[in-house]
Design a protein around this ligand. Structure first.
Ligand code: SF4
Length: 330
């Protein structure tokens, strides 16, 4: 493992429901590696959760704590990285406000996730100032720590480009304050939801890290397989099968054999699911154990967030002062 450098990495995750296998594979496992290599700031993005979930905040507090528990359960270590809640560090919000003065509206309207999210959450009123402006808040989240790198998936690349554009515009108007962070593109497989669609809490098709084993079993049993395989003797097409996508992640060494057996109808879907389930339950067991241990001590969770907040404020406060001075406010 390379030695830890001074380079800063920032990333956040929304507490909009329970964290799931997609979050684990797509982001959290990478975070666990990054904490050994860089100065990492990982935050629970509760303000971002409000950009789409502003009309239902009853469970927000509970979700925030749940996310904190999951972060610790998957292996984030407060000795190695800074873990905090976004709204505990109001410097993010003030920098967001300052950036909003210089961000042209068309920059926000052209962000691809703006339209795709509206499509995904059809029926929800997202014609709000906060929702349109969430990439500006994201830019503030990143630049307030003068991040060198941001771990992202492909769909988030336009947000990082926008962050760089905002940094450049700020520096152009007021002098060099912000760096232009690079994207740390994470090449990870995308897990579909159990119904074969994109995995999303809004589709209710996820397997949560906090799901007890009997719920995991139920969900795996509901997974969509190859829809053309009606009878046991029909030959299968693993590439269109949801279960196969999961085998690719959790049962990698067996993948070739499973594909061959599926294509020749030498294996049935029931046994195939059972085999995957065994791997998944074994994989989740240490996370479940650690979770159970952590929730016994809620005061320690609060302490992690409190200490994280103090460490985050040290850096973010200094950057905000620089930005205020540059803009003539100080
Ligand atoms: S045998 Fe396995 S890979 Fe093939 S269709 Fe059934 S569940 Fe999917």
């Amino acid at each position: 493992m390379p030695a830890k450098t001074e380079k800063v990495v920032v990333s956040g995750i929304q507490p909009s429901g329970k964290l799931h296998l997609g979050n684990l594979i797509g982001a959290l496992l990478n975070w666990v590696k990054l904490q050994d290599q860089y100065q990492c700031y990982f935050f629970i993005a509760d303000l971002h959760a409000l950009t789409t979930g502003y009309d239902n905040v009853k469970k927000l507090r509970e979700d925030i704590i749940d996310v904190a528990v999951d972060l610790l359960a998957v292996g984030l270590d407060p000795e190695k990285c800074v873990i905090f809640k976004q709204s505990d560090v109001p410097e993010h919000s003030e920098l967001h406000l300052l950036f909003s003065m210089i961000t042209p509206l068309p920059w926000l309207e052209r962000v691809p996730t703006y339209k795709s999210k509206i499509e995904e959450l059809k029926g929800k009123d997202l014609g709000t100032y906060g929702f349109l402006g969430y990439p500006v808040l994201q830019a503030a989240d990143i630049l307030i720590y003068k991040a060198d790198m941001v771990p992202v998936g492909e769909d988030q690349l336009p947000h990082i480009e926008l962050t760089r554009e905002i940094a450049r515009r700020f520096n152009f108007f007021y002098g060099e304050v912000f760096p232009q962070p690079k994207d740390l593109l994470t090449d990870v497989p995308t897990l579909p939801g159990i119904d074969g669609r994109k995995m999303s809490k809004s589709y209710n098709n996820t397997i949560s890290l906090s799901d007890p084993p009997d719920t995991v079993i139920k969900k795996v049993n509901q997974m969509i397989t190859d829809p053309a395989r009606i009878k046991r003797e029909d030959k299968g097409h693993p590439d269109v099968c949801t279960v196969f996508s999961y085998h690719k992640v959790f049962n990698k060494p067996e993948i070739k054999k499973i594909a061959e057996e599926c294509q020749s109808a030498a294996r049935g879907c029931v046994e195939c699911k059972k085999e995957f389930l065994n791997h998944l339950l074994k994989y989740l067991e240490p996370i479940h154990k650690k979770r159970a241990e952590i929730i016994k001590h809620p005061e320690k969770i609060e302490q992690v967030l409190q200490e994280g907040m103090l460490r985050a404020k040290k850096i973010s406060g200094a950057t905000l002062n620089e930005a205020r001075r540059a803009m003539g406010l100080k």
